[in-house]
Design a protein around this ligand. Structure first.
Ligand SMILES: Nc1ncnc2c1ncn2[C@@H]1O[C@H](COP(=O)(O)OP(=O)(O)OP(=O)(O)O)[C@@H](O)[C@H]1O
Length: 277
């Protein structure tokens, strides 16, 4: 993904909010994003529509360049759609961001090296005219405990492994109790064993917090193990190829990957990916 480049062409008046019922965490309606540069115009997304229910877990799967990161950035209010509309918990993405209803985890943990794990988690409380924590929200120490880092509060990023640093960034994204957590390939740079362990822990954190999660990945297995649904995108232009319900038990361990239903759904997702590449 690239954070460089010009802002996409934008409508002068914001489009109306996407439809979404009371139990809807996220609704995208006909979202199109065009990037206009000196050299070319790229249609990163074309007429993308879907909804995610509150408390849901949607994985976003697709070939490189199909617009996965762009879609997450639209939802996070980092870029505006060229046309179409997005509703986050009944709000515009901008309002949802201002109310701290959104958390974002990037591929790189992006921690400040001179701050301890605890101080990194506390950071959002100190920047951007931040208000204090809402009543009842978990404290930074409680969040570090939730991600399995009790006892590491005073360690600096260079003293932590890549997986531990990514746990700190998840704890930081959960500060303030966001209702929608956006994760852009957060485990892509980790070794397989660490990634597996964090996959299991993320399912546990999701179940314990009730946070709605949208998770970008290139991996069919990761998408399926984590998600209750997998939205498969096709490339050129980025568009919805298929929405697949992952009909697997809610309580999952990695052993589920060896079962017949898992293998069958994985084959189907690989077919979808192949068609959309
Ligand atoms: N800021 C930008 N300016 C111009 N073009 C952009 C910009 N950001 C993304 N694009 C283009 O939009 C398309 C989708 O990019 P995006 O990063 O969303 O894809 P992706 O599916 O996340 O890719 P990957 O899996 O490789 O990270 C690509 O063709 C990319 O070149």
């Amino acid at each position: 993904m690239s954070l460089q480049g010009q802002a996409p062409a934008r409508l002068s008046t914001p489009p109306p909010l996407a439809e979404g019922g009371p139990g809807t965490a996220l609704a995208c309606h006909n979202v199109t994003v065009r990037f206009v540069t000196d050299r070319r115009t790229v249609t990163a997304l074309e007429n993308v529509s879907f909804t995610v229910e509150q408390g849901g877990f949607m994985s976003l799967l697709g070939p490189s360049g199909c617009g996965k990161s762009t879609l997450l950035r639209v939802v996070a209010d980092l870029i505006a759609p060229t046309t179409g509309s997005v509703s986050v918990l009944g709000m515009t993405p901008e309002e949802a961001r201002r109310r701290r209803s959104l958390g974002f985890v990037f591929q790189d943990a992006a921690l400040l090296p001179w701050r301890t794990a605890l101080q990194n988690v506390q950071l959002p409380l100190e920047v951007g005219g931040a208000r204090g924590l809402p009543p009842g929200a978990p404290t930074p120490s409680e969040l570090l405990k939730l991600v399995g880092l009790e006892g590491w509060e005073n360690s600096f990023p260079h003293e932590l492994s890549g997986g531990m640093r990514q746990r700190v960034s998840i704890a930081r994204a959960l500060l303030g109790g966001p209702r929608l957590l956006l994760m852009d390939e957060p485990f892509g740079a980790l070794d397989e064993i660490t990634r597996d362990r964090l996959n299991e822990e993320l399912r546990r954190i999701w179940a314990e917090t009730g946070t709605t999660i949208m998770f970008v990945t290139h991996s069919v297995y990761e998408a399926m193990f984590l998600g209750e649904q997998v939205l498969v995108l096709a490339a050129n232009p980025g568009r919805v190829s298929e929405l697949v319900d992952i009909d697997l038990p809610r309580d999952r361990t990695l052993r589920i990957r060896e079962t017949e239903p898992f293998i069958r759904i994985a084959a189907h997702l690989r077919d979808c990916l192949g068609r959309g590449a």
